[in-house]
Design a binder for this molecule. Structure first.
Ligand code: FES
Length: 113
């Protein structure tokens, strides 16, 4: 008998505003806080950890400085272009990238792979 618990989806696709971002904290405090970005039916995700100093990038829990596809870390202002795979395009870690998290979207739900 299989005793494993099926993984729960991270969220519904509709929970993420099209063209916008959503922050998710895991139910388990030891899990990863995530940043999700939606572009139509596609979703990309990264760890909510800034490559500059390893801090969360939100200014309040899961609230981000996000404008025109660019996310700015609330700690020291590094700016990441989400359409360029989370590349830092301005600020103290310019040239580094956010850590990508593989996802899949199926039946209107977003799952972590
Ligand atoms: S921790 Fe994000 S810019 Fe410094």
């Amino acid at each position: 008998m299989d005793m494993t618990t099926p993984a729960a989806p991270l969220c519904r696709l509709a929970d993420i505003p099209d063209g916008g971002v959503l922050g998710l904290d895991p139910p388990d405090p030891a899990g990863d806080a995530l940043l999700l970005w939606r572009n139509g039916d596609a979703v990309c995700a990264w760890l909510n950890i800034c490559p500059h100093a390893g801090r969360r990038m939100d200014y309040a829990p899961n609230l981000f400085l996000f404008k025109q596809g660019q996310l700015t870390c609330a700690v020291h202002g590094a700016t990441f272009a989400l359409a360029q795979a989370g590349l830092c395009v301005q600020g103290p870690c310019r040239g580094e990238s956010l850590t990508a998290v593989p996802l899949r979207v199926a039946d209107g739900m977003v799952w972590r792979d």
